[in-house]
Design a protein. Structure first.
Lengths: 217, 217
DNA sequence: GACAAAATTCAACAATTGTTGAAAACTAGG
DNA sequence: CCTAGTTTTCAACAATTGTTGAATTTTGTC
């Protein structure tokens, strides 16, 4: 077995499906397109993953678990370094966002596709609730608990709404539509995640503080 | 002609297409589904609108023009009432968001569907750039000009990134996925646009001020 | 190298897709 | 009522869809 260059056909199907689903959505992609671009027989996708929907789920789940682990680590790490008062809002937001940046800027282009897929799912009235709630919200709940501690004056409603805005700002960045490139006449670039997160962190941190009635220290 | 209750079949196709496209995206809907739900023959959609893509464009354009007019009015109005210094950031954001709230809370349920469709389009790597840039960004550019005046310390890059976050937070709200309902255990409701905008306005206002290096007065 | 299991290909299926041309029904004005 | 124009229906088309069962090849184990 040549383990250095060989990527199994099963993985190639996942990678291609990831890319195409992210670009065109579930219904905008055919199994034949996936198989064609992956240079694989049409029937092989069904053999490995079953129905089309099962393939979609497999693509979504593959990196969701990795992402959750990294985010959890980041949260625990910033909770460990901060005192008994717990981490600040900004530190929590950092822990929430930076793992994404790392993955997106890593060599693996699959992560860019994957997060674009998350953008598609999060904004979908059909799957937004189902998939995101099931696989991301258990961890999100832990981040929100930390935020509550950092914002003692806030009521829960305010925190959840603010998280919603954070989620929206984040997923639109994932989507990489290139709209901001055009609007800013080339000044900003959708693919420049580092800059996107650098601005996003103070933006949402200030938003949380303002809405949740807690002046920034 | 009974003009009170009669809605033409052509309009019924538009309304139904609006609802279904918003829920399932362009590729997730068939002409037959639209025709079926609109109680209309399949061929009638082609007769009135041509290709499927043309119908999609017609749905998108119908309310885009109305929305642009109302938003422009709101901007001009707040610019007129403010002095020569121009409106504050918060006033500009208000002018940007409130017309949406009005429409969404109006009796016409089509507006809710339409804005969910905008959410889908804005987050789509395929259409996000094309449709949004063409039909919304000319007006967005005017709002950004006003924001630049209200934030003299900001550089353009910061402003465009902040607008991107605003756009993301806004469109996720449009999408009405119901995820926040579940996450907050019934405390927040996706359909409650009034509350969504009430929280969003101070959230993004504070974000703009923080990123663009201008303390709030 | 035989052999069982896994992986892969081939061919085909019924169902559904967008679209169209011709026929039919409706509408309005003379 | 006649007629011209618009709207609506009907029927059908070629193409594409997801999926499957059987056949074939590859893989790993003794």
């Amino acid at each position: 077995m040549n383990e250095s260059k060989k990527i199994s056909k099963k993985e190639r199907i996942l990678d291609t499906a990831e890319e195409l689903f992210a670009q065109h959505g579930f219904d905008g992609v055919t199994i034949r397109q996936i198989a064609g671009q992956a240079e694989v027989d049409v029937a092989l996708a069904s053999y490995h993953f079953g129905k089309k929907r099962d393939l979609f789920d497999a693509v979504f789940l593959r990196r969701a678990e990795i992402l959750n682990e990294e985010r959890l680590e980041a949260l625990l790490r910033c909770q460990a370094t901060s005192g008994s008062a717990g981490p600040t809002v900004e530190q929590i937001i950092e822990a929430f966002l930076r793992p994404l940046e790392m993955e997106q800027e890593s060599g693996d282009p699959g992560w860019k596709n994957y997060l674009a897929l998350v953008a598609y799912i999060n904004n979908s009235p059909v799957w937004g609730k189902e998939l995101m709630s099931k696989h991301f919200d258990p961890l999100v709940a832990r981040f929100i608990e930390a935020l509550k501690k950092a914002l003692p004056n806030a009521n829960d409603e305010q925190i959840y709404w603010c998280y919603n805005y954070l989620s929206g700002a984040l997923t639109l960045t994932f989507a990489q539509t290139g709209r901001i490139d055009k609007l800013s006449k080339g000044l900003c670039h959708s693919i420049d995640f580092k800059t996107a997160y650098d601005h996003m962190i103070p933006f949402v941190t200030a938003g949380f503080h303002r809405v949740c009635g807690q002046a920034e220290e």
